[in-house]
Design a protein around this ligand. Sequence first.
Ligand SMILES: [Zn+2]
Length: 290
Amino acid sequence: MNLRPWLLASAVLLFTACQTVPLTGRSQLLLLGEGEEVRMGLRSYEDILKKEKISDDPALNAQLQRVGKRIAAATGKNYQWEFKVVENDKAINAFCLPGGKVAVYTGILPLTRDDAGLAAVVGHEVAHAIARHGGERMSQQMLVAGLTAAVVVSASDSRKANMYAGLLGAGAAVGYLLPYSRLQESEADRMGLIYMAKAGYDPHAALALWQRMAEESKREGKPPEFLSTHPADGTRIRQIQQWLPEAMGYYVPHSEAAPEAASGGEREKAGEPAKDAAREGAEKPAKRRK
Ligand SMILES: [Zn+2]
């Protein structure tokens, strides 16, 4: 059998499918086009939301819209962003599907506590989507199973559709607890810190959030869903500490005096002194919304 044409085709495919992750510059292999990924993300999001109870609590919705819009602006990504609060106090969960489709479950809110804590979770989940971690995982699956983009995009059987939604990032919401790789988790942490900083939230709040997550894991005995795929272990906490100086370089406190926080990046590497005053500003509900 002549393998040369096949090898050549594979080489072309690999070459054209290589992309670079924003902010970190890592090369990745993607066999789905971004448009296909976004279409699948939207379909999964609609399917999931049909089965969940969407919260009509005005304060919670206002909080998620306020935080979500600022994080979305900080990414610079032109998605059709959507942010929904799912009423389920038992689910410590949040996700962002390709295309900027975000869901936050009320069960995670006691841990996020305030805007900055919520920004840490949303920033992290949004980073998975922007870095196309779901697409990457999907591509690995396609390679293993020998599937083409056309086959997965048009999957109509609900079990398969659920599995693809899980691969794309919906995880526990569709009954698939699929952890991202350690590398992807680290990347989402690092990018998420930068997004929250650009959005005007002190990235130190992410460190505090993961420390609360670690306590919650211990208290519960068995880690709840989000924590089983997002271990709040020593490695994560140490890495976040290491990346804080980088993220602080993007941090402009969102306050009355500095409403254009999302522009970010101009500030010199900031030290500790600005932290407390800034944190206070970032946690207050925004009086000025963009
Ligand atoms: Zn994650």
